[in-house]
Design a protein around this ligand. Structure first.
Ligand code: R5P
Length: 295
């Protein structure tokens, strides 16, 4: 039997998955002690069960400890297996030693997670310099893509879109969505000066003045990439854009900063619970689970 648990934040997603897949829902308490240390208590019988944990891994520093405790605990209590659904997988962006002496945290985190769970399902992880999860993960990993559900959302909500990618890395999503929506697309050139400063430049865009610009990126974190892209579009006198992000990481008031640029709308997938979530990933996960050997 499969038993689905959720770490704080993804209760609704876990409940939807359990309902659609006919799994039971597990009960776990995860919280921090006043000194910041993690507390984990499982209130369900996990013996001989296949456990599925739904936990997005943004802000993963404290979650990683709780996950380690959860993993140890379910095994101690006799669970058969433990799989992780991490709709957003953290620690994927430091995938190279940019400067001498830096830790390549994508690799180290992958090694850690591979030692904690038996399989992993995630959505559009930031695979850039790593071409596949196999390069760094030693457990079976299933990578799902949000392209189709984003395409559907655009078709239902936006007329006459022009897809805009803020940088070369975004082309994989932007091009795919543009093809599926029969819309034109443009990829900008991005120059990142440091963690919170980026510069954008745009090729000629005049012919798309009557279109609604749809910015698409995998992650919106400081939102600098989106904000600089919005500014470039505004300077080019384009219509107010719709900003779509797969993962709403949004640090330090970044969401408010983005709204202040007077964008038409910010729409994200619910891989990370956030007020901007408008595109539901449940069908994607349910379809993947239905086809997988873990179901
Ligand atoms: C870059 O590698 C990613 O695809 C995103 O463009 C980036 O993570 C966005 O970050 P920020 O919101 O901090 O500009």
């Amino acid at each position: 039997m499969n038993l689905v648990f959720s770490f704080p934040g993804h209760e609704k997603l876990a409940a939807n998955i359990a309902k659609k897949m006919g799994y039971n829902l597990g009960d776990v308490i995860v919280r921090n002690f006043p000194d910041g240390e993690s507390y984990v208590k499982i209130n369900s019988d996990v013996s001989n069960q296949n456990i599925i944990l739904v936990c997005n891994l943004n802000n993963s520093n404290s979650k990683a400890m709780a996950l380690m405790f959860f993993s140890s605990l379910v095994r101690e209590l006799g669970a058969k297996s433990l799989g992780l659904i991490a709709p957003y997988l953290g620690y994927m962006r430091q995938d190279k030693r940019f400067q001498e002496g830096e830790a390549i945290t994508s690799n180290i985190f992958a090694k850690f997670l591979s030692s904690q769970v038996d399989w992993l399902i995630t959505i559009d992880p930031h695979l850039h310099r790593h071409k596949s999860m196999k390069e760094i993960y030693t457990i079976p990993c299933q990578v799902l893509h949000a392209i189709d559900i984003i395409t559907l959302w655009i078709k239902e909500h936006i007329q006459s879109p022009v897809l805009i990618g803020p940088d070369q890395e975004s082309e994989q999503w932007v091009k795919g969505i543009a093809q599926k929506t029969n819309a034109p697309y443009i990829i900008l050139k991005k120059f990142r000066k440091d963690d919170s400063n980026v510069e954008e430049s745009i090729p000629h865009i005049e012919e798309f003045k009557n279109h609604t610009p749809i910015l698409v990126d995998d992650i919106i974190s400081t939102a600098r990439t989106m904000i600089e892209t919005v500014k470039v579009l505004q300077n080019a006198k384009m219509k107010s854009p719709v900003c779509i992000g797969i993962h709403a990481v949004f640090v330090h008031g970044a969401y408010q900063d983005l709204l202040k640029t007077h964008v038409e709308l910010v729409a994200t997938c619910n891989t990370i619970p956030h007020i901007s979530n408008k595109i539901d990933i449940t069908p994607l996960l349910v379809e993947a689970l239905s086809k997988s050997e873990y179901s």
